[in-house]
Every structure is written in structure tokens, then in C-alpha cells.
Ligand binder design. Sequence first.
Ligand code: URA
Ligand code: CA
Length: 433
Amino acid sequence: MRMIDLIEKKQHDEALTTDEIKWMIDQYTKEVIPDYQMSAMAMAIYFKGMTEEERSALTMAMVESGDQIDLSAIEGVKVDKHSTGGVGDTTTLVLAPLVASVGVPVAKMSGRGLGHTGGTIDKLEAIPGFHVELSQNDFAELVNKNKVAVVGQSGNLTPADKKLYALRDVTGTVESIPLIASSIMSKKIASGADAIVLDVKTGAGAFMKNVEQARELAETMVKIGKSVGRDTMAVISDMSQPLGNAIGNGLEVKEAIDTLKGEGPEDLTELCLVLGSQMAYLGGAASSLEDAREKLEANLHNGKALAAFKVFVEAQGGDATVADDPDGVLPAAAFTKDIISKENGVVSEIVADQVGIAAMMLGAGRETKESEIDLSAGLYLHKKVGDKVSEGDSIATLYSNKEIKEEVVSKVLSNIRLSETGTEPTLIYDIIQ
Ligand code: URA
Ligand code: CA
């Protein structure tokens, strides 16, 4: 086979065969096919798209390019959840113990934050003593015993995707739905889940800026998952404003604890119930999505979800008293500052990516992979879209261990927009199954 022939085939809008895709990804991973030929292919795919068969073949070729995690030592249907990335997205911290509390094993591999989006691993490390380095054996044992464990990414998962993603990033080929879908699904499949729940975000803080694009991405990923034997469902959820009220690692741990007590922000609670219902249903703990939701809701109010959180934290070395006394256990910021509204109105928009960047400037995120993060830093929104504001109200509180600069204050203030009537926020746009 010759790469030039495959590039021209795609350029003429012909579908590549599974063998051709396998060969291409294998040779690219081994650095036989150079970056410049792969860039031309990515651009051809960007313009011509891929058929269902091609997308599944590409996904599996990337899965097979590296290690695949074997979760067979864990009993039951292993369900994974993936979010396409957002600001203040605390769902995993809530979902892992909540779904475990109804008996579904949650064997979660998570990442760190980069740029204006956070990562579950950083958030968990705000709990003193919590560690995410577990051997395969310890990981499986913990999930079998407690139904939940979270580990950091390790091993050589989907090296083809790593190379291809870096190449797409510098060749204008990131925003191609078949390439995004196969990239995300290859990582989920290589990490060993039997079933996958996808949270596809839409809005200013997300990759997919509008609902139509988000729906197309969600449908594409669900088809890929099903075609390779993994039960897959997707939720299209709003990321035009940050999720919940807290943005920042320690602040989000506290918000997750409140939610597990049934006292969390409305939007975060609702999204966790929707995603959690899918996980519990796919995991076989409920006869329908409605039945799953009832069980989850009950556990948010009867203490079982919080109890599962304590067991989970303690098993990974963390201080479980954080559940009863978050303020006493989580890192505290040296500086805080209230953002005071200068006008009356109703909140019409909280620009998620900009507010995420403000949290990062306070120390909650990394500018580069090597930056140290301030686990106490971030911001707390006292108002969300649709809430009334009067002049003099505190609309947000900022937290940091470095002195809070005027630049950050004005960034937050200018990105919480008021109007006379406001707008009603939508949280869930669609469910794809
Ligand atoms: N996230 C991924 O993992 N891959 C993409 O291609 C885009 C977003
Ligand atoms: Ca949040």
C-alpha cells in the first residue's frame, strides 16, 4: 500500500477500507508515514468526512496502536463517563460515589486540567493525603471492594491519537467531527469500559459552540461505540455558563460534597442525576432510566451517596473528615475578594471560557503542563443566569494565595452580563441513545 494513493482516494471522496485505515494508523504510529502525508490525509478527511464504517475502523485502529486496559478482574458491567470538557464541571466527583452507591462499579481513569478547563485528578488532590497512583491490581481490588476508585492516566494508551491530535492542532484539522469522535472514543475504549456515557457540552465554554454541532458529534460517538460492542449513550448539556457555582479545585470538592448531601446547586445536581441514571441503567442496576433516577435521588438524601464518598476517599489515602468539615480540611486561600455589582438587572450570560480563564489567573489552572496549581484558588458565583441582581450585591467571590489583581476583578465583572429581563437557562438539550 502507498499513502499517496490513500490520500488521493479520500480526496476524491471515496471511502477507505478497514485494512487501509489499519495499515495507515499502524505505519503512522511507527513513524514510517511522515507527518506531512498524515496532515494531507487529515485535511482530506476534514473536507470529505468519513462513513460510519471508516469512523469505526479509525477508532479501533487507534485503540490497537497502544496498550488496552484490561478491567476483567473487576466484577460487573464497568461504565465510564466522559465529558468533552467544561468550566466548573464537578460531575465526576459526584457521579463516581453516587453511581457506586447503587452498586455499579466505577473504575475511572481521569486526567489533569489544562488551560481554562479543570481535571478530576487535580480536584481530588485538594483532599489532603489523596493519591491517584494505584497499581492495576490495587485498582481492581478497590473497585471490587468499594465499587469505586479513580486513577491517573498511565501506560501507553492510544499513541496514534496522541500523535494525530498534536498534528491536527497545528494544521487546522481539529474541528472535524469524525476525527474528534474517533479520538475521544478510542481513549474510552482503550481504557476498558464495557459501557460509555458521554456528556457533550455546547456553548461558549465548549468545543462545540452550537447545539447542532454537538448533536452531530454525540450521534457520531454513540454510533461508533455501539458498532464496536460498547453500549453508549450521550447527553447534550449546556456549557454557555459554568456548571454549578464553584470553579477551582478545593472549591469544587466542597461543592461535590454539598451535592452528595442533596444540597448542591440545582444545575449540577440535575446533570449528575441525568448522567448517573444512564450509568446506573447501562450498569444493570435499574430497569429503566426513571427507576435509576429514583434510586440515585434517594441516595442523595439518605446519606448513602455521602457514605460512598467517604469510603472512596479513605481507601485512596485521603482525609475522609473532609465530608463533614470541608472548610476545616480543604486548603484555604490567603486572599479573597467580593465582586460587587454596579447595576440592577437579571443575569443574562456568564461567559464560561472567560470566567474559566479568570479562575486560572487566580491560580486554579495551569498555563503550561509544568505549572503548579493553587488548590485553594478559584471563584464562587453567587448568581447564575436568570438570577436577579441589585446594585451593591456580591455576584462572585474570588479566592487566591496571591494578591488579587484588578485585571482579574474586571475580567469577572465584565463577563457576568446583566440585562433587564435576563434569559432562562437550558441545561439539557438532548439525550442520544
Ligand atoms: N478531545 C479529544 O480527546 N480529541 C479531540 O479530537 C477533540 C477533543
Ligand atoms: Ca462547579
